[in-house]
Design a binder for this molecule. Sequence first.
Ligand SMILES: [Zn+2]
Ligand SMILES: [Zn+2]
Length: 599
Amino acid sequence: MSMADVKEPGSDVIVEIENELDLALATMRHSAAHLMAEAVQELIPEVKFAIGPAIENGFYYDMDLPRPLSPDDLASIENLMARHRDADEPFVRTEVSKADALETFKNNPYKVEILKELPDDSTITTYQQGTFLDLCKGPHVASTGEIGAFKLLSVAGAYWRGDEKRPMLQRIYGTAWPSQAELDDYLARVEEAQRRDHRRLGRDLDLFSVNDEIGPGLILWHPRGAMIRYQIEQFEQKEQLERGYQIVYTPHIASEKIYQTSGHLETYRENMYSPMSIEDVDYYLKPMNCPAHIKIYQSHVHSYRDLPIRYAELGTVYRYERSGTLHGMLRVRGFTQDDAHIFCTEEQSTDEIAAVIDLATYMAKIFGYDFKAYLATRPDKWIGDEETWARAIEKLKVALEQKEVDYKIDEGGGAFYGPKIDIKWVDALGREWTGPTVQLDFNLPQRFDINYIGEDGEKHRAVMIHRTLLGSMERFVGGLVEHYAGAFPVWLAPTQIALIPITDDQVEYCQDVADQAKQLDLRVEIFDQKERMQAKIRDAQLMKIPYMLVVGKREVENDVVAVRLRSGEDLGAMPVADFLTMAQRIVASKGLELTVKEA
Ligand SMILES: [Zn+2]
Ligand SMILES: [Zn+2]
């Protein structure tokens, strides 16, 4: 039942303070937000400020302005900020009563709303630097001179309190670092991330689209994107079959009865879409695959000898996400999970968890990700008993240690119904993405009375493990686009080989080479448009096709192809059979290389 606890690149994460260094950096960045507010107020005195926290790598401030901000405004604001920083204005903290604060900020409805929510006897603090006074609990640096190098990045719309029924404010994003060198380094990383943005590459490489008439957050996979997904799914299904999983399929809708039993209608309803009525029974789009897998398990009585049972499904689920949070393929409303549920005995559960960790680390290796593991423990709200929780957490620990995986404890990060292991992929830019999850569940086995008959002939409660590896295919492939910067390894590349005839005289020869390639399951395209050879090579390179085979009169005469790589490397003339053998070996290796390194 693991949910998409997404913390992907592109989202605004309020920083988690883990140590002194984080705190110092966040304090400096939040102080930069005040410095920015001071500058905005100087430029546009009618401004009303809402909130301005430090976020990962920077800060923002939401504000109500009489006009939209332009890029020129950002430059003016930056200049004013620099002036106030150089003036080294002290941040002055003052304690005030709630009544006084309400009086001071009476012209700002946002601050008034925040104040009204505080208890009447609470101590409220304000901070002032220069002419700018803000309602804020701090902390701040001593004076503006302690704010390092900064840059304003963008302006976006943001609803007050993230609620689309409340006013739309303008949000200015900025970044701040202790030194200019760190700022420059960060900006270079941002530029690289933009170059890799899956929404941009998805369009340029013709991988996917989102269409207004179909609806936001619903992904249309174009043939090139679908080919990538198909290859991944084929590979994964084969791997799962080899590891003792059984593939199942379940429907996209299910009656309310099952979601009453599962508790989804009680605890998960806000993420589900409105029901449709069929013959007077309400049906829901499924938000999760678990209940259907349980019903398959329960279609027979199981003995301990049948266990473990592992059901895997590429299950498409639908979950409500606010339109403001949708983001390309990373945050969507319908997606396909590589979901699996393992039913086993308590004694088997450690080995089952270890086997999932093994498969997860194998996936990381195949796709070239580093990874970090987190063990998420009991949250404040939980079910079951202390002893069961302690035993379950111990099992997850033992499994991680068995597989020699380093992990951190995510204190209280588990679900109310059980602890879990979360693995984050670390991509080529060092960013963390939601990856595999292994979750123990004390809730559904009880709600559905999931049993097996033990050696003693008695009924025993089965252990249920929820597990995804790649997570959602949408998010995973979107992440891969950025990880590879669109240059997919040969086994995944939608087109692996571009055949480029120099003149029409070589088209027939190219067709013959293409037929040979297809016989070997290689994906090939002939570039026979009426264009100059250089233009065709450029087109193939833009599509990031791994191999470009240029064929002129000489190549036909010698039965060879001139091989160029998308990296720009020129391998020269190769006999057709040699090239195809090499390409086949590269595909089989699933490696990132384009040529075979001779041992
Ligand atoms: Zn599940
Ligand atoms: Zn503040």
